[in-house]
Design a protein around this ligand. Sequence first.
Ligand SMILES: [Ca+2]
Ligand SMILES: [Ca+2]
Length: 189
Amino acid sequence: MCVWAGAPMNAQAQSLQYFAFLPVVMKPCPVHSFIQDGGMEAGAPNPHWFTSSSQFSDVLDDSPVPAAHTGAWKAWMGGDNSVTEVISQTFAIPAGVTQFTLRYWVWIDTQDGAGGDTLAVQLRNASGGVIATLDALSDASTIPTWTERVVTFTAPAASALQLAFVAQTDALDPTSFFVDDVSLNAVCS
Ligand SMILES: [Ca+2]
Ligand SMILES: [Ca+2]
């Protein structure tokens, strides 16, 4: 890429017209996803994903029905009343990278519909403090089959951050939030 930095001052100066071609330094763009095992195929217990459940149930699941988006494993969050379930992963960031594109596949199977069962996708600092909610879904979101979500966001400069999916259900009419194939890539100019 070049930048035109010169222009004639007037007609008499046209013979002095010049152009300066300035180099634009392009930083290498990491092409890999910062999230490891985005498809959760390493199973449970998982070396990359932290999981927690208020009911002590397994969050990562390889049941053939309902089927994962790809492979055998997926996250199955919720599925019962009054439950909080989380999957999260802390990832390292190369210096200077602050813009990201998050992609993940989600499917919401609900007996509710009033909006009280929620799935929040959170950007957290490495200690787990919430920085931003990147995506917010609920049982009122109509996602009756595997659907890809794409979120582009700017993060604060940091050497490490955490991505978390947090599902919470209310006391009536359960909702299952299924998540699979999570990827997080740098956005480069
Ligand atoms: Ca999978
Ligand atoms: Ca509910």
